[in-house]
Each structure stands twice: as C-alpha cells, then as structure tokens.
Design a binder for this molecule. Structure first.
Ligand code: MDE
Ligand code: FAD
Ligand code: SF4
Length: 669
C-alpha cells in the first residue's frame, strides 16, 4: 500500500527493510544497568513491529557530556555488556539498531558541563566551562571511543547528535562559539569539530558500520547557522564518511514550537527537501510525522529518503506492521501531547505514553488472557472507559460499554475542537476500531440505570466529571456560560470575554475563542508566519518577525491564585500555550478576586484595585468534581464497583492518568 514508505533502503554494506527510522528518545531506562532488560524488551517490541532502523536514546561519550548526573554513558569497556542485551533482543526480532552519542555541552543539568565558550544557555541553571584546545581533542576522542564500544556491543551503527543545540551545534555558530583557536572564529574552524568526529570515527569503526549524523538544518535561534553553511557542512560530513544524514529542527532553547501537537503534521520536511541533491547519501526527515499517509506523501514528494518517527512508536509499536497490512486505521496515533514522554523525562521519571501506558513498561504491564470469563459493564465511554472496556474485552471478558452521549469519547469531544488539538480525533478513531476488533457491546444514547446492571459480575464507573460552578453573586446572569456551553453546545459567544480559571481548560477555551477557524495547525504556511519561521531561510537560523493574526475576540484570562497564569501547565508544552495567548493579546491576570457579575460585566479586584471588565460573556472554567452519581445505588445492590478516570480523581486535566489507571485495572480484573 505505501510503496515509498515500505521500500527497502540499500546502504551498500547493509539494507534496511523499510524507510522508517525510530528516532532517538530518552526513556529514562538508559541510565542504570539494572534497567537494560526493560530497555531491551521495549526495543524488541518495536523491532518486532517492523521498524526499519532504531536509534537509542542519547548516550554520553564522557561524564562532561552527561545530560544530568549519572546519565547513560558509553565510555568504558564495562559499559558494553548491558548494551548487548539490547542489540541481541533487537537482532533476534530481525531489526537493526544504532546507538546515539549525545554530548549535552551547555545543556547539561550538571556542574561538570563544558562548551566551546563559557556562555550559559537561557534554559539551563549551570554555566559551562570553556573547553581547552586539548579538551576539544579529548572530546573528539571520546566520541570515537564511544562509537567503537557501540560496535563491540553489537550495534549496527551510531548516530552522532549534531543538532538540537547540544555540544556539536554549539561549536557551529558564533552564538555559542567565541573561540579564537582552530575550533572557532571562521566558519571553517567552527565546522572542524563535527567533521573531525565523523572522519576519525569512520577510520576507527571501518566501512561496514552505519554512521548517522543528525544535522541541525534549521536552528530557529538568533545568530544560528546560515543555509549556505549548512550545505557546506552536510557535504563535508558526507565526505568524512557518514552513511545517512538525519534532520534536526530547532535548538531546545528555540521559542518556536517544533514537536508539540499544535505544530502542523510534517511542518518541517521542506527543510530537508532543500538539502536534497546537495549530498549523495540518504536524508531522513522528521518532526510531527505520525501516520503512514503523511509519511508516504512526504517520501513520494521526494522531500527525503526516510522518515524519522519517535513518539509515534511509543504510542504504537505495531505501527509499521499495521501500515504494511493495510490496517492504518487501527494505528494508535501519537497525539504529540508530550504528557507521558518528554514531560516525564524532564521530571526524571520513566517515559511512557498517554495513549499507550505499556510503552517502556512492556515487562511490567502485561495484558494476559483472563483465567475466567466474566461479564463487565463499563459506564462512560470517555478515555478511561474506552481503555478499560477494550482491554477487558481483549483479555476475553464479555464487556458492555454504556454512554448517555450519542458518540464515544467523553471530554475528548471538546478537546478535539480546540485549535491545535486536532490530533485528539485520532484517539477516538483508534478506540472506535478497537471496540469493533475486541467485540465490545456498545450502547450509546443510554443512561445507565443501576437496576439494569444487576446481572453483571462487576461495574466500572468511568462517568467522568461535572464542571464546578461559580460561587459569586450574579453567577446565574445570562452572560455566564460554562466551557461545556461553548465547546460542546456551541452557544453563541460575544466579542469581549472573560474566562474564569486559567488551568488547561481555561487556556484551551481562550485559544478556541481567539483563533480563526480553520486552525493554523492545518496550514503550514500560515503557521510558520504566526511563529516567525522564515521558509526562504534568508536569515541565519531561519527566524523572521512573527506575524500573528489578529485575535477573533478580546479575551481576559483570570485566576484566583497569585502568580503567572499558566505556570502550572505542562513543562514542555506550557510555554507554547502561554506564547500563543500572548500573540493573541489575551490579558492574563493572577490574584483576582471575583466580586459579582451584572449587566455591566465582571466586577473584580486586582492588586487592591476594583475594576469592571466590560464583557459580553463570562465563561467559567473553574475546575471539576468527580461524577459518581451511580456509585451508592450500585453498591446498595451489591454490585462490585470500580472507579477510574475523572470519576475517581477530577483534580487535573489528565487523560494520561485516566487511560493508565483504566488499563491497569482491566489488566488485573
Ligand atoms: P520557560 O519557562 O519557557 O523558560 C525559562 C525562562 O527562560 C527564558 N528563555 C529564553 N530567553 C531568551 N532566549 C531564549 N532562547 C529563551 N528560552 C527560554 C524564558 O523566557 C523564561 O524566562 P521568564 O519568562 O520566566 O522570564 O521554560 P522552562 O525552563 O520551564 O523549560 C523550557 C524547556 C526546557 C522545557 C524547553 O524550552 C523545551 O520544551 N524546549 C523545546 C524542546 C523540544 O521540544 N525539543 C525538540 C525535541 S525533544 C528532544 O529532542 C529530546 C529531549 C530530551 C531531553 S533529555 C533530558 C534527559 O534527562 C532534552 C533536554 C533538553 C535540555 C535543555
Ligand atoms: P470523560 O471524558 O468525562 O467521560 C465520561 C463519560 O461518561 C462521558 O462520555 C459521559 O457522557 C458518560 N457518562 C457520565 N454519566 C453517565 C451515566 N450515568 N450513564 C451513561 N454515561 C454516563 N486531558 C489531557 O490529558 N490532555 C489534554 O490536552 C486535555 N485537553 C482537554 C481539553 C478540553 C477542552 C477538555 C474539556 C478536557 C481536556 N482533557 C485533556 C481532559 C480529558 O479529556 C479528561 O481527563 C478525560 O476525558 C477524562 O476521561 P474520563 O473517561 O474519566 O471521563
Ligand atoms: Fe505521543 Fe503523547 Fe504518547 Fe508522547 S505521551 S508518545 S506525545 S501520545
């Protein structure tokens, strides 16, 4: 079906079975030898799923290069043994795997950090030490030694991490390299570091070993590399002996989003495309490619020779096999939320996946056939109910899923309407297919009645949440709407709006009300303009002044607690939401006391000052309470009741916990 995606790729000394590269991801299992059995199981499942070439999370070539204290390192002969478990497991499944070598440079969260020059990054707490000239030579040696050890460990190759603003990238631009020795000053000098790494590495590892070089093609920071230098570097890297060039987009400190869900699918493949024809070796493109039709279109258009996908393979290890079997509609699609993967890594927690809680827990969360077939009713077809019902049915139980709504999905039916959250449609499509495949009996438009549930062996209550009301004089004024009125019932909203509550739903509602449909996420050219990405690459780094579209409404986003609204949003995506609303001129206020609502608007006190916000509507996004209305009636009938998702804990906007607890419950019932 996907003739470009599934075509083998001949590298001369070896052939990859298709064009899917599983991009490097730190999972948190790389750092300790005791976790390597889990890491091996994680990769083996992806190799079995058909991936053409896997790349591991980054391994430091020495301790200076650690991302954080005691990160995964490949620098000593005794590091090799643990890696053999990984390479063996992948080879046993017919896969191929490269080890990524990553030197964090000034992005290290540890005090030994080094960089070309002593300049702190805006997103790190530590100021790096400038490498001496001998230190540069030693760093190159460390990369080379690491590659040789990877070869000893049975890897098919290595990936040299030359992008995302890490050490190698730091050598390449005057932004971070102010050296005056042979490793800085001129463009030629700044490029010497990566070129020498690849040249000496090729000499050391021989001809039949893959060297992928991850090349930063669009820095998205001021004073990044100009396009001509990028072409020169790519040619030199090819000449130095690289087998494949992979694409890097944006330094971590860039203020343009590059991987979050509001980034359009395939938003950056035009960058890789520019390099096509400039080098002879295969090019890999990347970022926000998550479904086979997207990947096929990109390859068929000639933008690249391979696609890299990282998170989509956390979400579904069977991605390639499903595409090959023409069953793409059954793929569990990565929605690019970062909630269980990158957010966890930043919090030093093991990565997983919101839509697939088994990711990185393959040996622990095992879905086994049930020993005894039982009858279960699941009330509520939101994310929790869907995950629970399908897992129970997969195990062999007889499952009936009941929802009073006319469609499955619960609150995801609101989330999917938010501009930039279009991917949430995919999760509902996936679960729709899973319900069919696992044979769940689905009853929609049906209020669950406890008396009718007496014949079941157990009931899972996944009835979600009830929005919390507002306890302020005038809360019943016609101006006042809840987020359900706006996002579910399409109630008309005026041009001037105050939103009460600046949590995730408040932010989403503000984006919904200020953005013009269709959302810029569906249009790469509009999106790049909004964020100031220069598609002509006329400026070094590829930035131009952002040109946000005028907001569709004038919005105030208010919170009762002190401090900056949005400070508690997720680590790796919160800044994007804050920037989006800033672009839309949304006025965000913390420490607000709500006095009353009347015909004049919303009366508030901020910093001791009384104010009236002259708004047409006040939209309440003030949190939720668990909806457990059926619990006591069911228990009175003696039916075992299990609570999951929002019905259990409503404190946070969190489908991750909903799906995770639902799956774990279903695995043990
Ligand atoms: P924040 O609150 O947005 O920023 C803190 C303050 O710094 C300012 N700031 C800047 N000022 C000037 N110029 C800049 N370029 C710049 N950048 C930030 C901010 O304005 C803010 O100041 P304030 O407003 O308070 O006055 O964010 P934060 O510090 O809480 O966190 C930001 C993040 C590090 C999370 C972040 O920026 C990140 O989300 N960027 C995007 C990263 C990304 O998506 N990269 C692409 C792919 S991900 C990938 O390839 C692999 C990642 C693996 C981890 S490894 C961890 C292992 O243990 C990456 C580790 C990165 C190390 C930095
Ligand atoms: P729900 O999704 O609330 O589903 C409960 C279901 O139960 C409903 O379909 C309801 O009709 C049904 N039901 C209730 N009572 C009965 C009854 N008596 N009989 C029959 N059926 C009944 N989470 C994230 O993790 N990331 C996000 O980015 C995100 N964005 C969001 C954006 C918006 C705008 C909203 C509103 C929510 C967002 N969420 C997000 C939250 C996420 O949707 C919820 O955490 C998740 O839906 C909770 O799942 P659930 O299955 O527990 O409940
Ligand atoms: Fe994708 Fe979200 Fe899963 Fe990460 S947690 S892999 S972003 S769906």
């Amino acid at each position: 079906p996907y003739s470009h995606l599934l075509a083998p790729l001949d590298l001369g000394f070896t052939t990859l079975r298709n064009r899917v590269l599983m991009g490097s991801m730190h999972t948190g299992l790389e750092d300790k030898a005791k976790d390597y059995d889990k890491l091996a199981a994680f990769f083996a499942e992806r190799a079995r799923g058909g991936v053409g070439l896997i790349v591991t999370g980054g391994m430091a070539p020495n301790i200076e290069g650690w991302l954080k204290p005691f990160s995964g390192t490949m620098s000593m002969p005794w590091h090799v043994a643990r890696h053999r478990k990984v390479t063996q497991a992948v080879h046993d499944e017919g896969g191929k795997i490269c080890m990524q070598i990553l030197h964090a440079g000034r992005y290290a969260y540890q005090p030994l950090s080094v960089a070309p020059s002593k300049i702190k990054s805006p997103i790190s707490p530590f100021t790096p030490r400038a490498l001496s000239t001998r230190g540069v030579e030693r760093s190159i040696d460390a990369f080379v030694r690491s590659a040789k050890l990877a070869r000893d460990a049975g890897y098919d190759g290595v990936e040299v991490m030359g992008s995302e603003g890490y050490l190698i990238n730091q050598f390449l631009t005057g932004r971070t390299n102010r050296r005056t020795d042979r490793w800085g000053g001129s463009t030629e000098n700044r490029m010497r570091f990566p070129i020498e790494i690849v040249r000496r590495m090729r000499e050391a590892v021989g001809k039949d070993f893959i060297i992928i070089y991850r090349l930063s093609m669009l820095d998205l920071v001021d004073n990044g590399q100009p396009w001509d230098d990028i072409v020169t570097l790519a040619r030199a890297i090819e000449a130095a002996g690289a087998t494949i060039i992979n694409t890097g987009i944006g330094w971590h400190e860039a203020r343009v989003p590059t991987i979050v869900t509001s980034v359009p699918r395939g938003a950056f493949t035009w960058v890789t495309r520019r390099l096509k024809g400039e080098v002879g070796i295969p090019l890999v493109t990347t970022n926000r490619i998550n479904m086979p039709d997207v990947a096929e279109r990109i390859l068929a258009a000639g933008d690249a020779d391979m696609v890299s996908m990282a998170r989509p393979l956390l979400a579904d290890p069977e991605w390639v096999n499903k595409a090959s079997a023409n069953r793409s509609q059954t793929i569990n699609t990565c929605i690019a939320c970062n909630q269980a993967c990158l957010d966890h890594v930043f919090a030093s927690r093991r990565a997983s996946c919101l839509v697939n809680p088994r990711a990185c827990h393959e040996t622990e969360l095992v879905i086994r056939p049930a020993t005894e077939r039982k009858r279960y009713a699941v009330i509520g077809a939101g994310p929790a109910g869907l995950a629970c019902a399908t897992t129970l049915a997969e195990r062999g139980h007889a499952v009936t899923l009941i929802d009073r709504a006319a469609q499955i999905g619960g609150q995801f039916n609101m989330a999917k309407r938010i501009p930039g959250k279009e991917e949430f449609h995919e999760t509902l499509r996936y679960f729709g297919e899973r319900l069919k495949d696992t044979g769940v009996t689905v009853k929609l438009g049906t209020h669950a009645v406890p008396d009718e549930l007496k014949d079941f062996d157990g009931v899972v209550l996944a009835s979600g949440v009830l929005p919390r009301g507002l306890d302020v004089p005038g809360h019943d004024h016609p101006k006042v709407l809840s987020y359900l009125d706006v996002l579910l019932h399409d109630r008309a909203v005026g041009k001037r709006v105050a939103i009460i509550g600046a949590g995730g739903i408040g932010f989403d509602t503000a984006e919904f009300l200020t953005e013009h449909a269709p959302s810029p996420t569906t249009d790469i050219a509009r999106w790049t303009k909004e964020w100031g990405v220069d598609m002509t690459m006329a400026t070094p780094g590829g930035l131009m002044p952002a040109q946000p579209e005028a907001p569709a409404r004038e919005v105030w986003l208010l919170q009762r607690s002190e401090g900056r609204p949005g400070a508690r949003l997720n680590k790796t995506s919160g800044w994007v939401h804050r920037a989006t609303l800033k672009n839309k001129k949304v006025r965000m206020l913390g420490g607000v006391t709500y006095e009353r609502i009347d015909d004049d608007g919303l009366h508030v006190t901020v910093d001791g000052q009384a104010q009236v916000l002259d708004v047409d509507n006040v939209i309440v996004c003030a949190g939720q309470e668990p909806n457990r209305e059926l619990q006591s009636a069911l228990e009175a009938l003696g039916i075992p009741v299990h609570l999951i998702g929002g019905a259990d804990v409503a404190a946070e906007l969190d489908a991750k916990r909903a799906i995770d607890t639902a799956t774990r419950l279903a695995a043990r019932l």
